[in-house]
Design a binder for this molecule. Structure first.
Ligand code: SAM
Ligand code: SF4
Length: 444
């Protein structure tokens, strides 16, 4: 780090994050850069001298939330002088246009430009700045700097960007092409986390299954096997997988490596092969279902989750019913479901959108109601079982209870006589709702 960049001494900074785990990890890295440069992290945007807003452009709604947050920041800047930086996907998409339309913003940085952050803040408070350059290689920020939210479970980014160009998705335009991080660096970071006492890691990337070490060309299965050797780490997860790149070899490695959790998020998006084709997903309904059968034959206890988009342009009622039927057929443990949102630059947004807004809404509600029923049935079948839970803290809603996740990544709230934060606990499930399990610790 250069000399100037060490001079944020006693300045308070706040990082506000919109969007996915990738953004959360980027924010942790940004907070790391700023605190290494002398800044003091703060939970309060009002009291902070520097505010970084890390943005998400995946759906219109995330952009709307950003603009209302920025409006509040503009008001608070009138009361106290501060530096406001907008970074991430929306920053990449609109660049200097953001500075022109919202003059209270001081700088705009795209996702490949975070290592410039402390220099910009230190160098000149008055001058506006935009950087949305792409880099060809993964941008390494020393991992030791990362300011992590948790000291139990850690995100480890293994790749950035995406080459898939699903027809609805803005990510390839905001995050650029795939850039894989050298495996040596990833393993060093994991070992360092293990030495600090972390129990769980989550490998992150837009399409982790297509990971290739730029130095040795080793693939994602090799990476899982290497990560599995990190002494001290007990659970390894990864997100996001892509069905077209999810191979038998990866499934077998999941089964054969004792630390890789039997849990997989495998976004299907839609149940109809014709919609999947128009989405440019690169697999059919049947191919997706074959992968699910393979996974369940290798790991009968695997917990599966998915993403669903309701009301994609041109989706007929028959095609939509195929989405409902795939939910019934697979019986996922969890889903994330969205109403289709037209995004600039994408192929789908140039097509005629024949599904009216109200119809999209209805389809989304149908998806969610069906899934709620399935989840309640699946969760009810777990009552009486004892399962291993990694306790992350107290339950936010009911602070007398502890909270954590089981191997399947389900939320478990439970009673315990002892403080078990940061530990693995055996919990007997006594009741449930569709979105969480409840129980009591049996062995400590
Ligand atoms: N790379 C991952 C994948 O392929 O599934 C995740 C990408 S995206 C950040 C997360 C989810 O947002 C997608 O799986 C998709 O369901 C949803 N999504 C992306 N673009 C969307 C759009 N235009 N409208 C509605 N949902 C969208
Ligand atoms: Fe978007 Fe598709 Fe890439 Fe996922 S795989 S980030 S949905 S383009």
């Amino acid at each position: 780090m250069d000399k100037g960049a060490r001079n944020l001494k006693n300045l308070k900074f706040h990082v506000h994050t919109f969007g996915c785990q990738m953004n959360e990890n980027d924010s942790e890295r940004i907070a790391g850069i700023l605190s290494t440069a002398g800044g003091k992290i703060s939970n309060s945007p009002e009291e902070s001298d520097i505010i970084i807003v890390n943005t998400c452009a995946v759906r219109e709604k995330s952009e709307e939330k950003l603009y209302s947050y920025l409006g509040r920041l503009a008001t608070s800047k009138k009361k106290k002088k501060k530096t406001i930086g907008v970074v991430g996907c929306v920053a990449q998409l609109y660049g200097s246009e953001l500075l022109e339309k919202r003059p209270f913003i001081d700088f705009v940085l795209g996702p490949d430009n975070y290592n410039q952050i402390s220099e910009i803040i230190h160098s000149n408070h008055e001058e506006k700045f935009t950087s949305t350059n792409w880099s060809r290689d993964y941008n390494e920020i020393p991992h030791e700097m990362t300011f992590r939210e948790s000291n139990i479970s850690a995100y480890v980014t293994i790749m950035e960007g995406c080459n898939n160009f699903c027809s609805y998705c803005i990510v390839p335009f905001t995050r650029g092409r795939e850039k894989c991080r050298p495996m040596k660096k990833i393993i060093q970071e994991i070992q360092c986390l293990a030495d600090k006492g972390y129990k769980e890691i989550q490998l992150l990337g837009q399409n982790v299954n297509s990971y290739k070490d730029p130095d040795t060309k080793k693939d994602f299965s090799n990476l899982l096997s290497e990560a599995n050797r990190a002494e001290g780490i007990e659970w390894i997860r990864f997100i996001t997988s892509h069905p077209k790149n999810f191979t038998k070899n990866i499934a077998t490695t999941m089964k054969d490596t004792e630390k890789v959790c039997h849990q997989l998020h495998l976004p299907v998006q839609a149940g109809s092969s014709s919609v999947l084709k128009r989405m440019n997903r690169g697999y059919t309904r049947e191919e997706y279902l074959e992968k699910i059968t393979l996974l369940r034959s290798l790991m009968p206890d695997i917990s599966l989750s998915t993403d669903i988009i309701a009301g994609f342009p041109g989706e007929t009622e028959e095609e939509f019913l195929e989405t409902l039927s795939i939910l019934e057929e697979v019986r996922f443990n969890n889903i994330f479901s969205f109403r289709y949102s037209p995004r600039p630059l994408t192929v789908a947004c140039q097509e005629k959108d024949t599904v009216p807004f109200e119809e999209k809404k209805r389809r989304l509600i149908e998806v969610q109601n069906l899934q709620k029923k399935i989840q309640l049935e699946l969760n009810n079948s777990l009552i009486g079982q004892v399962m291993k839970v990694l306790c992350s803290g107290k339950s936010k809603k009911t602070p007398r209870l502890y909270s954590g996740r089981n191997e399947g990544y389900q939320v478990v709230n439970f009673k315990s006589k002892n403080n078990v934060i940061g530990r693995f606990v055996d919990v007997r499930i006594t009741s449930c709702g569709p979105y969480s399990l409840h129980g009591e610790a049996v062995k400590q």
